[in-house]
Write a protein that binds this ligand. Structure first.
Ligand code: SF4
Ligand code: SF4
Length: 404
């Protein structure tokens, strides 16, 4: 049996709703029993980029505030941190903390309590022979200086991985600009998913909490739409928890390579029926049957022996799988996609854009399809939503057949 998953209803981010809901979801699993006075606890939030809390792309400050209060009431010191997909330094993090609503929140608490935002930007090296994918890697050194890690993630759709939740959140342990390198090291979806599992097995957070009060649907993980779910979830391990969260938004094992990787390694369940839900709230109480997915990211599997099959598989994958596509009219020429692309598949090319009735010369991204590894970093880091995931109708049809 897998670690129990606790669910509590939480209607809004007001203190009146957050306080009892967080207490309930943690009490159901004895979530803070590990805390000892004087202990330093690191909360690994999801601060993917500088997004205001109302955009539903980052862990909400009201929840981080309340968890910090509970921890410091037990005598712990709290450090909140993450590494967004940009340069990992004070200037970038100051902006991210401020926009994500954490600077003021921590300032208010730190008068009376030992709560702070991470300002240690050192890098550490890991050797992890037991890993499936990533046996050596670098990570954000602040995690070495805490006694326990809590993963406080956000429930969101994700173009490459289907959805982003507890397991995926630990990718933020990899320093920002190194993330694209790791996409190149593990371009295949399953190897990438195994890397996520490896990171969780290496850091072994003592507790996972999911902010599913407002989730993100559609074009996640940064430019999707806010969707009210009204729930908090928690567990001491991430795999059954992710399966429960997937179920809330109408997904399952076949929709997310991370769930598949965890199941194959004996760490996670195959179906939600194997998940032990504790507390007075059931998954069906908070389920959102029409939660909009990210445009399908998943590879069409097309396997067989011999050169003929291999050529056919290459042709099918290349032609029919979903791919990134810029919407030129929405592009503001910020070059973020160009700078982020791990495969160096993007060049900026001239384009004439009409702005307020006048023509303006800008550059927009052009993608070399032969180099593109379909990691969708360009879509993830385009903060105006100009980079879309375009699904081929025939590919969609084939994937539908493969699932049925
Ligand atoms: S073009 Fe986009 S999806 Fe393709 S490799 Fe570059 S970042 Fe990844
Ligand atoms: S597609 Fe998005 S990220 Fe790329 S240049 Fe245009 S606005 Fe910037």
């Amino acid at each position: 049996m897998f670690d129990p998953v606790s669910v509590a209803k939480c209607d809004s981010y007001s203190i009146e709703d957050v306080r009892p809901a967080l207490k309930e979801v943690l009490d159901n699993i004895g979530g803070l029993e590990f805390v000892k006075p004087g202990m330093k606890v690191g909360i690994k939030a999801n601060l993917i980029t500088a997004l205001e809390p109302g955009k539903a792309g980052t862990t909400h400050p009201a929840l981080l505030r309340e968890l910090s209060i509970l921890l410091t009431d037990l005598g712990a010191e709290v450090v909140i941190g993450d590494s967004p997909g940009e340069l990992y330094n004070q200037a970038v993090l100051d902006r991210v903390y401020r926009v994500c609503g954490l600077t003021d929140m921590v300032k208010e608490l730190s008068g009376e309590r030992k709560v702070r935002l991470n300002d240690d930007f050192s890098i550490s090296n890991a050797v992890f022979p037991e890993a499936e994918s990533i046996k050596t890697f670098i990570y954000t050194g602040w995690l070495d200086k805490v006694d326990a890690i809590i993963d406080f993630c956000k429930l969101k759709t994700h173009a490459m991985m289907g959805f982003s939740c507890a397991v995926k959140n630990m990718f933020g342990t990899v320093p920002g600009t190194t993330k694209p390198e790791y996409h190149m090291r593990f371009p295949e979806e399953r190897a990438f998913a195994n890397m996520m599992v490896d990171l969780n097995e290496y850091f072994k957070p003592v507790l996972y909490v999911v902010d599913a009060v407002d989730g993100m649907e559609g074009n996640g993980p940064t430019m999707g739409d806010k969707r009210h779910v009204g729930a908090l979830l928690a567990s001491k391990r991430p795999y059954a928890l992710d399966m429960a969260c997937a179920d809330i938004i109408g997904m399952g094992l076949s929709d997310c390579a991370i769930l598949g990787a965890a199941y194959e390694r004996g760490l996670g369940p195959k179906t939600v029926a194997e998940v032990d839900i504790v507390g007075r709230v059931s998954l069906s109480d908070v389920k959102i049957p029409d939660f909009h997915r990210a445009t399908s990211h998943q590879s069409i599997t097309f396997e067989g022996e011999g050169i003929g099959w291999k050529i056919a598989a290459w042709a099918v994958k290349t032609v029919f799988n979903a791919r990134p596509q810029v919407k030129a009219a929405e592009c503001i020429s910020c070059k973020k996609c160009y700078e982020t692309c791990p495969a160096k598949a993007i060049t900026m090319v001239p384009y004439t854009k009409k702005v307020n009735g006048t023509e303006k010369e800008i550059t927009i991204p052009s993608i070399d399809r032969s180099k593109c590894i379909k990691c969708f970093c360009c879509q993830e880091y385009c903060l105006v939503g100009a980079m879309k995931v375009q699904e081929n109708p025939i590919g969609k049809f084939i994937k539908g057949l493969q699932k049925s």
